[in-house]
Design a protein around this ligand. Sequence first.
Ligand code: SF4
Ligand code: SF4
Length: 198
Amino acid sequence: MYSLTGLFMEFRCVQDCSQCCVEREYYPNTKFGKIGVLILPQEKERIESLAKQNQISVSILPRIGISKENNVDSIEVLAYQMMGIEENGNTCPFLDTESGKRSPHGGFPCKIYDERPLACKTYPLVESNPIILDQKCKFCKEGNTANENLNSEIESLLKIKNQMTTDAPFLWRYATGIGEEKYQSEIKKGWILEETMD
Ligand code: SF4
Ligand code: SF4
């Protein structure tokens, strides 16, 4: 039987999949708790206002910060994150799991699709040159590789990367304190110094 595994092809969401709007990971490890959807500082107000319009409550925590000095009081937030609505950190607040509507590929629809965060517009692209897709995306898990139909994702990724470039000496990552019960003793909450750049 002919298999497409390993061949380059167009990127298309897997039929009925909503995985990337539901599943959240511990990143970079359990200590930091589950992460949320990356929100750039200039997107935060807009997302909060979209939440209000949709009568949704959202929790937006810091994600990455920089500082000139080694203390948390001087941190400038480079990126925020929108947390999931489940206790274990999963499921984006804007995912419509209740109305019975479906997205064009059959997954649960996004209530703010046209105005979704840049990070959502980027996924599953993690690198643009060469193109690398997130192996956790269901399309990749099914053994597919794509190098076409990714133009808008590439554009969004470049915008994010451009903004995340910094020469500040201290880089901080915010531990969310959120995750499954079994990891509660390991999960931290608050800023943790990640890197000191000389
Ligand atoms: S990007 Fe990947 S994980 Fe997300 S809905 Fe499409 S196929 Fe599923
Ligand atoms: S904002 Fe929309 S596209 Fe982004 S994770 Fe939430 S439901 Fe999915």
